[in-house]
Structures are given as C-alpha cells and as structure tokens.
Design a protein around this ligand. Structure first.
Ligand SMILES: Nc1ncnc2c1ncn2[C@@H]1O[C@H](COP(=O)(O)OP(=O)(O)OP(=O)(O)O)[C@@H](O)[C@H]1O
Length: 477
C-alpha cells in the first residue's frame, strides 16, 4: 500500500505547508522543494508520481522546470499553479506538456481532484491478512456479499482495518477490474465535499476554473467507498440519498444527469444506530447504505491475527526499504499477543516500525517491542535506548507524540535517523493531545463544538486527530 508520492514545488513556505497538509490528509506522501533548482535535485534522488509546481518563482521558474522535467523524465506528470493574472502563461505551458493548471487561490479539493486523476492515493494490492477464525468467517461472508451489488456498511473501531475490508470486497467482486475510489468524508472540508463527490462545471463556484468530474463519476464501473460517512453533514446526506436512489448524479452548476453504475460501500467507527437516534444521521440513508452490515472487530477480539499481521507489516516495511526481514522472537510474539491494542492494527503497525528501528541483527527481541503506556513511561527515554544506533534529532515537528518515532522514512534511513529527542516538544505534544481528548469528551464527541472550543478550524482538528490516530491513540467517537 505505498501511497503515491507528490513533489510540491512552491517558494511560499506557508502555501507549501498547506499543500503538503492537504495531500497528507488525503493519504499522499509529499516531497518539498522551495525552488525549481531544488526540485530537480529532489527528482534526481527520488522517484515521484507527480509534480505540483508554482509558475512564478525566483531563479528558474515553473516553465523552466517543466521543460527540464519533460527533457529528463518525459512521462512524469506536471501540474502547475499560477495566479489568475498569469493564466495565459499556464495555458501555453500546457502546450509544452503540463497536464493541467490551477489558478490561485484554489480549494484543497481542486488540488486533490487534479492530483488523483494522475496519481491514485495508493497502489494498494488489496492484501488482507487474516488467520483468526473470527476474521476468516467474516472474510468468507464478505466474499459472498461481494458478488452481489448490495451496499455494504463496514463498522468497527478506528484503525481496525475497515478500509482494508472494503478493498477486499471490491477485489472479490465482479467489479474488480473497475476503479476503487475511496473518499474520506471526515477529511474533506464540509463546503467542498459535495463538489468532490458529485463534481462541478466550470464557474460553479470561485476557483472552479475548469469542469471536474466527481468521485462518483470516477468510480463508474467500480466501487466507491464513503469512508467515515457519519461525519457528513445532514444537508449533504439528503443529496447523497437522492443520488443513491436515482442512481444518477448532476455536477454542481449543471442540469445534466449522468447515469451511475457504481457499487457503494461505507464505513463508520460510530454506533450508527445511536447516531441516527440522536438525529445526527438520516434514518433513510442509514437503511439504504446498511443493506448488508459487516462488523469488523477490534484486534483484541481476534488475537489469532496479531502474529501474522505483525509478520506482514514487518515484511511490508522491510521490502519497501530493501532490507532483510528480521524474525520475531517468541518472547516478542508473546508480548504482542498479551497487549490489548486500543489503536488496533494501526497501532500494531507503529509498534512494528519502532521495533524495526530498535532491533539489532536478525531477531526482534521482546525489548524492541515498545507498547504505548506500558513501555514509554518506563523506557528511561528512548534517546538512551537508541543512542548507539542512531544519530541526531530529527527536524520534523509533525505534531506526533513521542511514540511515533518510527516513520517509514526513518526506517529507510535507519543508520542516520533519530527520534525527536526534544523532550519539551514531546511533552507539549502530549499535553496538546490530552487537551484535545478531554475536549472531545466534554463535547460528547461533537467535532464542530470541539473545534470551536479549542479555537481551531474543523480542518485543523481533523488533521490533528488523524495524526493522533496514526500515533495509535484511540479517539473517542
Ligand atoms: N487485515 C489487514 N491486513 C493487512 N493490513 C491491515 C489489515 N487491517 C489493517 N491493516 C493496516 O492497518 C492500517 C489501518 O487500516 P485501515 O485504514 O483499513 O483502518 P480503518 O478501520 O479504516 O481506520 P479508520 O477508522 O481510522 O479510518 C492500514 O495501514 C492497513 O494497511
């Protein structure tokens, strides 16, 4: 499941960060460059799937960069960003091989729509690991329902593998040759979700400088996954219901109906029935989506999956980094099996990445398995533990807590890499996370109220929650 890689070239640091955040929320990995010259250096050292570049930059401009890319990497797609006043430049750049352009300012979703046309979010192979009897039974059931065109609602706790399960259904269905289009309803700003789902015509809203098909159209002949559907606002739920009933969609700003041949899957980690009872989710939409409900259990309820999943995750990371795969010692396996995994498979993934950094030689020892809450406090500072094998502190301040020391990149750069050793930064982050958790509880899970109370935008809150989930923290719903 390697995410597609995007090289973002922008000399305005604030805008560059916003672009990278938007792409990260949607599941992309980004490389950054603050000039065309730096972009060329990055391209020499890294493989990327698409370049998103500003046109107006000091030194070599975006057009110069485009020409150089077309000369050295003719197949690499280049998407340009330009100010309105310079649109003519951008249009002539398209003649030179740019795939498209975006006029600034543009909505995050315009960026995501453009990028996703040339670089899918992940090149997932659809591999689903299951060994526990409970999981195997559920997969057999999923396979059965996959052969029908019924809507399926996959329910389960955060990080348990609901998206993996949804992909499994798609790959087992008669639509497996068609596209699988996933959209995270919680990660897209509310005012852009409608345009993202249904598409829009040129001029439908500010920033819609060209027509764009929506996710439903992109999923024609395949499957659409509406991830975290419960986070969709009630007005949009009504519109979605109409699309599902009529099996046709109208782009924003258009009266033309487009017939749909799309299978719909949805996920939620909420108790949706209760959510319906509280008036947050439409009952009619619930029944339309819930034709076949599948409960994907927490990892602790299927302990037989823990060891094979750990093995698979180790192989996944090592293969990606071209490293030999170490063995899990029996004591390490024992420790993994005894833990309760509140953050489910996503937390297991974090633990495995940490273990790969810590392990010496070909065996993952029990002491390489650091579990949140149990080992973090007692580890006497990981810096000490890591000191013999890794170097200087990382510069990154990505809002993660101390446990999230082992990103994939760090595994790659094992010899050079380091955990964030700045204890104060970690403490602050932990405090921030605990304030967020307290506020979620105080607001009874209502994300809008939480954002308001914290004085941050809902989008920033979603970003922070995504980071917390990635760090294996269970977010109350
Ligand atoms: N059965 C599985 N086989 C292989 N990988 C898995 C499996 N289950 C989960 N994973 C991995 O665990 C991580 C989390 O899985 P996924 O995103 O599907 O969870 P989720 O329940 O949809 O999470 P969220 O509720 O936060 O959206 C992913 O990296 C995924 O690859």
């Amino acid at each position: 499941m390697n995410p597609s890689r995007v090289l973002v070239v922008e000399d305005d640091e604030g805008l560059r960060e916003a672009l990278v955040d938007t792409l990260a929320l949607a599941g992309y990995h980004s490389l950054e460059a603050d000039s065309a010259e730096q972009a060329l250096l990055r391209l020499k050292a890294n493989t990327v799937d698409i370049v998103v570049s500003d046109v107006q930059m000091a030194g070599m401009d975006g057009l110069g960069l485009l020409r150089s890319i077309k000369q050295h990497w003719p197949k690499l797609p280049v998407l340009l960003m330009t100010a309105y006043a310079n649109i003519e430049d951008a249009v002539s750049a398209m003649k030179e091989g740019a795939i498209d352009y975006m006029a600034k300012p543009f909505a995050p979703e315009v960026l995501l729509n453009m990028v996703s046309r040339y670089a899918p979010v992940s090149n997932d192979s659809g591999q689903t690991i299951a060994a526990d009897e409970k999981s195997l039974k559920l997969l057999a059931l999923a396979e059965k329902v996959a052969k029908t065109d019924a809507s399926v609602m996959v329910l389960g706790p955060s990080g348990s593998g609901k998206e993996v399960m949804s992909r499994y259904i798609h790959h087992s269905s008669n639509r497996s040759d068609g596209p699988f289009v996933a959209i995270n309803c919680a990660a897209i700003p509310e005012n852009m979700l409608e345009a993202t789902l249904f598409g829009y015509e040129k001029g439908a809203f500010t920033g819609a400088v060209q027509a764009c098909p929506g996710k439903f159209e992109q999923a024609q002949g395949g499957t659409i996954l509406l991830d975290e559907i419960s986070e969709m606002d009630l007005n949009l739920q009504a519109k979605l219901l109409r699309v599902l009933q009529e099996r046709e969609v109208e782009r924003l700003g258009s009266r033309k109906s487009i017939k749909l041949d799309v299978r719909v899957l949805a996920t939620s980690n909420r108790d949706l029935k209760d959510y319906v009872a509280k008036g947050h989710f439409r009952e009619d939409l619930y029944y339309r989506l819930n034709v076949f409900p599948l409960m994907w259990p927490a990892l602790s309820e299927r302990p037989g999956d823990i060891e094979p999943l750990a093995q698979y995750l180790m192989e996944r990371h090592c293969t990606k980094q071209g490293q030999p795969v170490p063995e899990l010692s029996p004591a390490a396996v024992g420790k993994l099996k005894q833990y309760t995994w509140p953050g489910n498979v996503r937390e297991l993934d974090n633990v495995i990445q940490r273990a790969l950094i810590l392990c010496q030689g070909h065996l993952v020892a029990e002491s390489d398995i650091l579990l949140e809450g149990l080992d973090w406090l007692q580890a006497d500072g990981l810096q000490t533990l890591l000191a013999p094998t890794v170097g200087a502190p990382s510069e990154s301040d990505d809002g993660t807590v101390a446990p999230n020391i082992a990103t994939e990149q760090q595994v790659a750069d094992k010899a050079k890499s380091a955990m964030p050793a700045d204890g104060l930064g970690n403490e602050l982050r932990e405090q921030e996370f605990s304030i967020i958790l307290d506020t979620i509880r105080a607001c009874d899970g209502r994300r809008k109220d939480v954002a308001e109370k914290l004085g941050i935008s809902p989008r920033t809150l979603r970003y922070k929650l995504a980071k917390m989930r990635d760090a294996g923290i269970d977010i109350p719903v």
